[in-house]
Design a protein around this ligand. Structure first.
Ligand code: ATP
Length: 326
């Protein structure tokens, strides 16, 4: 069947996530397989406005599966949010003869894609963010690697907290969502996990689990705080006041965004890249790729942006029950 598009552009945008490179590779290699030309756009919408582009082929994505970060660089562009910026970006597409765009990023990136679709160019969105906060997909590229990075650090912290009989308070990324903190908390057997989706009752959710654990014989404690809840330093101060425990704060920060992607991120990114190009080749447009169970799905971009994602309440209940939060 004849391809509906002949030359497309691919870019990464917003906060970077491990596996973005694997998604770029998936897009480029699928283009090569289908006989579609692919142009790499550096620095997201900033590069689209400024024509910061280069041709990509089979060999330009060699070795990308296992590389963290994004070789296309990522950026946040204020200029693009204005109509003029979007018109300039469309000018680049016209100049290069791009017939579609594939953007890899989060919600903001998809809003940008929607704006480009309104300029008249077909778009595809691939969810790449460590936050796992995109509603139309149960999984976003980078989440698994970020969880593993956080777990590795927390396991190490637990060793030293045990030696000194301290309480560790660890701030985990996730923006306004608690998915990352909750998964990490379950995987590390945290004493308690604070997420923005649930109002924190400090006495019941923090102090009591620590007391229970201490009475049970434990002498070191691990409190996980999602960044959307607030500062881990404030939580640590309150714990010290309430319990007199020696507390130590660790803000994991940007280390969670780096590293070689896990198998799950490599495979998901590869499949999503393939899906995005295949849909464009078939003449579909303005969709966001998602994963539901084992199946790759796609949603209209406006519908995808209107969907809301809650925490996995089943896992949250399990976390509460097993951590001692009750
Ligand atoms: P992350 O969730 O990892 O931060 P993101 O894609 O949500 O990723 P944003 O900074 O929100 O990151 O968005 C990336 C870029 O998309 C912005 O810098 C901007 O150029 C563009 N963008 C965001 N929101 C809009 C919007 N409402 N209209 C047009 N463009 C937008």
């Amino acid at each position: 069947m004849e391809n509906a598009v002949h030359r497309i552009g691919v870019f990464t945008s917003g906060g970077d996530a491990p596996g973005m490179n694997a998604a770029v590779r998936g897009v480029v290699r699928t283009c090569v397989d289908r006989g579609i030309e692919c142009v790499g756009i550096r620095r997201g919408y900033h590069g689209l406005i400024n024509g910061d582009i280069f041709p990509m082929n089979f060999d330009s994505v060699n070795g990308l599966l296992r590389r963290g970060g994004t070789v296309l660089y990522s950026a946040r562009s204020e200029d693009f949010k204005a109509k003029l910026g979007q018109e300039k970006a469309m000018g680049t597409c016209k100049l290069l003869g791009l017939e579609a765009l594939v953007g890899i990023g989060g919600d903001g990136t998809f809003r940008g894609l929607l704006a480009m679709s309104k300029q008249g160019i077909p778009v595809m969105g691939i969810p790449g963010t460590i936050d796992n906060d995109i509603a139309c997909t149960s999984y976003t590229i980078g989440f698994d690697t970020a969880c593993q990075t956080a777990i590795d650090s927390i396991d190490k912290l637990s060793d030293t907290m045990q030696s000194h009989e301290r309480c560790s308070v660890v701030e985990v990324m996730g923006r306004n969502a608690g998915h990352l903190a909750m998964y990490v908390g379950v995987a590390c057997g945290a004493t308690c996990v604070l997420v923005p989706e649930h109002k924190v009752n400090f006495a019941k959710d923090v102090v009591e689990p620590i007391r229970r654990a201490r009475i049970g014989g434990r002498t070191h404690f691990m409190v996980i705080v999602a960044e959307g809840v607030g500062s881990a330093y404030d939580v640590a101060t309150k714990i010290k006041e309430a319990t007199s425990l020696d507390t130590r704060v660790t803000v994991l920060g940007h280390v969670q965004r780096g590293g070689a992607p896990t198998a799950r991120d490599r495979v998901t990114a590869t499949n999503m890249g393939y899906e995005a190009v295949t849909l464009l080749a078939e003449g579909k447009k303005n969709r966001v790729i998602g994963l539901q169970g084992e199946e790759y799905v796609n949603y209209d971009i406006e519908e995808a942006l209107s969907m809301k994602k809650g925490l996995n309440e089943q896992t949250y209940e399990v976390m509460r029950a097993l951590s001692g939060m009750g």
